[in-house]
Design a protein around this ligand. Structure first.
Ligand code: SF4
Length: 270
């Protein structure tokens, strides 16, 4: 007599599930598949910025400066360097040279020495001297409140001009750095193939009342929470609103998102 096999014995061995290939964070060099439009409605985008505002009503940049000129120099030095590293190098430099005239008196060799801990310091020292010369020659030593004039300065591109216009002059510009580019595409709020595409999409998406601080909120969010290698979704204030396929699934909403949503609701009710 043949013995009936138990269900366990009948079960055939399943092949091991294939690990999902890890999604690469979008970057300027490799934006990946770019969405045609934002993943969010106007109301949803508004809700995202309400959260950022409730969490940090007055966001600030992390570069140290004492006037428009030192901000401009700090931003030029910050290309491919951390803000902490730039602040360390400029602490003494700005004590001895906080105007283009003083920087020119210092000379390129001395500037190079002062900033030698920062990447690309030789090129940057040259640009600091050249842009100081141009400021003195064409703008009476003042930093112009004008994008075109700023972009004519050596070492100053669209991103740097946008940062200075936003932080110092209070224009609602969006400077797209590596963090903003990643966020625009990863969460799909302002998709674009190039930084300029993302900038234009951000300008369209960000509600007018939040446009002054949008740049800061997004930079800080990208730098500390929605990081390139592994987003820290557990610490994300927009967790429940985010539609990124890279969002980490949890059984319950992260505490920070619940708390921030409650702040927004309270503000709306008052
Ligand atoms: S939930 Fe995760 S992926 Fe979405 S914005 Fe927050 S940190 Fe980024």
């Amino acid at each position: 007599m043949t013995q009936a096999k138990s269900p366990a014995a009948k079960a055939t061995k399943r092949p091991a599930a294939k690990a999902k290939p890890k999604r690469k964070a979008p970057s300027v060099d490799n934006p990946g598949k770019v969405l045609k439009r934002s993943r969010y409605s106007k109301a949803e985008t508004y809700a995202i910025f309400q959260r950022f505002h409730a969490d940090n009503p007055e966001p600030e940049g992390e570069l140290d400066y004492v006037n428009a000129y030192t901000l401009l120099v700090a931003v030029v030095l910050s290309a491919q360097a951390t803000d902490v590293g730039v602040n360390r190098a400029t602490k003494h430099l700005f004590q001895i040279a906080d105007t283009p005239e003083k920087m020119l008196a210092l000379g390129e060799d001395r500037v190079r020495e002062e900033i030698r801990t920062i990447g690309l310091y030789k090129t940057k020292a040259k640009n600091v001297i050249l842009l100081s010369e141009q400021l003195v020659r064409d703008h009476g030593g003042e930093v112009p409140e004008d994008r075109e004039a700023l972009e004519k300065l050596p070492g100053v591109g669209r991103k740097t001009a946008n940062v200075v216009l936003n932080i110092y002059f209070g224009h609602p510009t969006i400077a797209v750095d590596t963090h903003l580019f990643r966020l625009g595409n990863r969460i799909g709020i302002a998709p674009g193939k190039t930084p300029l595409d993302v900038e234009k999409a951000m300008e369209k998406a960000v509600p007018a009342e939040y446009s002054l601080h949008a740049h800061h909120w997004l930079i800080l969010h990208g730098r500390y929470i929605c990081k390139a290698r592994k987003p820290e979704c557990r610490r994300c204030v927009i967790y429940d609103l985010c539609r990124s396929p890279e969002k980490e699934p949890f059984d319950s909403l992260p505490e920070i998102a619940v708390r921030t949503k409650a702040l927004v609701d309270r503000e709306a009710a008052s």
